[in-house]
Ligand binder design. Structure first.
Ligand code: PRX
Length: 648
């Protein structure tokens, strides 16, 4: 059988012979789909297990349990197994603070610290299955605490350090964390963020918190509560040197990470231990083609899933050297990242389209001073990358030498799902396309009724088979888990993204199909923003929309109706934004706030979001070709005209 025919059969697609000389990828993908248990058991053997599994996959939809009966420990995978080899003296983390200081941690230093931190947690009474929260700047103590927690079987929940006190309290109360770890402060664009003060405000409403561990970073004066607060440095004085890693059941939760959904309450995504680690270990190799001498820099914050999987668990499980940078990309100037690449000899850069667009706008002159010749591979994640940004990235950062891996995935998927896989075989690239599903990922595009649609048509992305990285549940809300991901297309995982597959089988990811926004790559639920704004005393109703933004991809726009005696004013707009920052955090700042007399609604009372979007982005209502469930075209046109009339 000719290669092309074989590909056509396995992927069930028409074949373009110029694109499809692929063999290794296709064979591997086909094998993984035809015999997933065999395929994944081979992959799982690349990790160290205390006990081998009895069953590779227990699939009782919608619950997939991987490597059932197996036992392993994530901290062992990421540190212990390296210190038994020459990697003992290899660099694990090159850390650079925003203010210029640096720390270099070898695997043996990391091992020592993970053990000491684990001993501290034990002494404070943290046990297997307990939850601990981390609200920290990007300092080495953050990954160290994550690894220390999983060493003793505790489940961490990392809260992004840009979140507000309210957002921390919501997350801590949902998990009932016993301990929260923070820092006196963090640096951002030369200013300090008062993390301890924010934590104190949050824990006033968190009865489960027994202790606050504080890492010293800025050295500023902070409020202190004797008995509750404790400095990390004081705890370390009598920390033990070694803590035996707890052999964890493969299906035991590793962490809970909150993300936005279509209701006001964030979802606690629960990831398991064995499946998550196996999936990320393999995906990392396939996508980033990582080698022993690679220097890998993922610029995300550890507080997001990208940071969990691609700063901590996947790279460290490979014994890779990573860069961890604390601060803003444009501090003190917009060339900070190029300086870091030059200084540490970064070989793989993994970042977001928003960052690339920001650099693109500031121009190539900022690159001139730096040697970027160590770069071999570039990555993109978090939002669709427009072809202009892709080409700029390729030409000016990669100097037309480095392939770009556009990686599509989600907090829920645990690891990268659709991406070029140079670690398996060079996949011909197309700017703006995430290319092909990873081995084990059975991705298809369907219409609203679940029928596969022909190439070139836009539909919804679903995954037909479980993969090891898949989330285990929504913490404390299995009904929501079932409903959100598994009810629309029973038996298949519904991702909530629009996508298109072209005639070569390449995937083009086209943005969210639900009421979740992506603002500068951050995931924000419209309902979450709305429930924050509605708590402002002047507001009676609010609806959230987005408009295209040159840098952020999308920008947040609010439509607000006011109480009877309230007058629209710029002052009030500022106040609403301040209120949003206090309730969620700076990521939820609105670019525009419009005061309107009433909201555009269907007869059944549903807000017509497409009408809002058209008004927010200055599009004509005529562009609204598909209205889906949001009322008739006539209704929408009327609502559009009405909204334009009253918008202030
Ligand atoms: O809409 C997709 C978009 O980000 C969503 C997932 O967001 P989050 O859980 O915050 O995880 C982001 C990082 C893994 C997806 O549903 N998205 C992510 N990567 C891409 C993307 N959209 C297009 N292309 C991508 N490469």
């Amino acid at each position: 059988m000719a290669d092309n025919e074989r590909i056509s059969t396995s992927l069930n697609l028409p074949v373009d012979t110029r694109i499809w000389p692929l063999k290794r990828y296709t064979d591997m993908h086909r094998f993984s789909i035809e015999d997933p248990e065999h395929f994944w058991s081979e992959e799982a053997r690349k990790l160290d297990w205390y006990e081998t599994w009895d069953k590779v996959l227990d699939w009782e939809p919608p619950y997939a349990r991987w490597f059932v009966g197996g036992k392993l420990n994530a901290s062992y995978q990421c540190v212990d197994r390296h210190v038994k080899t020459w990697r003992k003296s290899k660099v694990a983390i090159y850390w650079e603070g925003e203010t210029g200081e640096t720390r270099v941690l070898s695997y043996s230093t990391l091992y020592r610290d993970v053990n000491r931190f684990a001993s501290i947690l034990e002494k404070l009474g943290v046990k297997k299955g307990d939850k601990i929260a981390l609200y920290m700047p990007m300092v080495p103590e953050l990954p160290i605490f994550m690894l220390a927690a999983c060493r003793i079987g505790a489940v961490h929940t990392v809260i992004f350090s840009g979140f507000s006190a309210q957002a921390i309290a919501d997350r801590v109360n949902d998990t009932k964390a016993k301990i929260i770890i923070t820092a006196d402060g963090g640096y951002r664009r030369g200013k300090t963020i008062k993390l301890k003060e924010i934590t104190d405000e949050a824990v006033q409403d968190c009865p489960s918190i027994e202790r606050i561990i504080v890492v010293k970073r800025t050295g500023e004066d902070i409020p202190w509560s004797e008995g509750k607060d404790v400095w990390l440095s004081d705890l370390l004085t009598d920390a033990a040197k070694y803590v035996e890693p707890e052999p964890m059941e493969s299906t035991h939760p590793l962490y809970i990470l909150y993300t936005s959904g279509t209701t006001g309450k964030p979802k606690g995504i629960v990831h398991g231990t064995g499946g998550y680690l196996v999936y990320n270990h393999s995906a990392y190799k396939w996508v980033f083609d990582i080698r022993e001498d690679s220097v890998f820099w993922c610029t995300a914050d550890v507080g997001w899933v990208t940071g969990h999987s691609n700063i901590v668990y996947a790279p460290l499980s490979h014994g890779a050297a990573i860069v961890l940078y604390e601060g803003a990309p444009d501090y003190p100037e917009i060339d900070r990242w190029w300086d870091i690449i030059d200084k540490y000899g970064v070989t793989v850069l993994y970042t977001s389209p928003t960052a690339i667009r920001m650099f693109m706008r500031s121009g190539e002159k900022w690159l001139e001073k730096y040697d970027l010749s160590t770069l071999e591979l570039l990555g993109s994640v978090g939002e669709p990358i427009n072809p202009e940004a892709w080409e700029w990235y390729y030409r000016y950062i990669g100097k037309e030498r480095c392939p770009i891996v556009d990686t599509w995935w989600q907090t829920e998927t645990g690891g990268i799902m659709i991406s070029p896989t140079p670690g398996i075989e060079e996949i011909p690239l197309k700017p703006g396309s995430a290319t092909l599903p990873l081995p084990g990922v059975d991705a298809v595009i369907v219409d609203n009724d679940g029928n596969e649609i022909p190439p070139g048509e836009t539909g919804l992305l679903i995954i037909k088979k479980p993969w090891p990285g898949i989330m285990m549940d929504i913490y404390g809300d299995s009904d929501r888990y079932r409903e959100t991901y598994w009810s629309k297309f029973p038996g298949s995982y519904y991702a909530g993204d629009f996508a298109m597959r072209d005639k070569d089988g390449y995937f083009w990811m086209l943005g969210r199909a639900d009421e979740v926004l992506k603002i500068a790559g951050h995931r924000i639920g419209t309902a979450e923003v709305e429930s924050a704004v509605i708590s402002h005393p002047s507001v009676t109703e609010v609806a959230v929309a987005s408009k295209p933004d040159e840098i952020k991809g999308d920008a947040l726009v609010l439509f607000v109706t006011l109480r009877e005696n309230e007058k629209p004013s710029d002052e009030l707009k500022k106040e609403i934004n301040k209120h949003l920052r206090e309730n969620i955090g700076p990521i939820a700042t609105a670019d525009e706030i419009y005061f309107v007399d009433s909201m555009p609604k269907t007869r059944s009372g549903k807000i017509m979001r497409r009408v809002l979007k058209a008004v927010a982005s200055g599009q004509d209502i005529g562009d609204l070709t598909t209205l889906e469930d949001e009322g008739s075209v006539e209704e929408a046109k009327r609502a559009y005209a009405e909204l334009l009339k009253t918008k202030k």
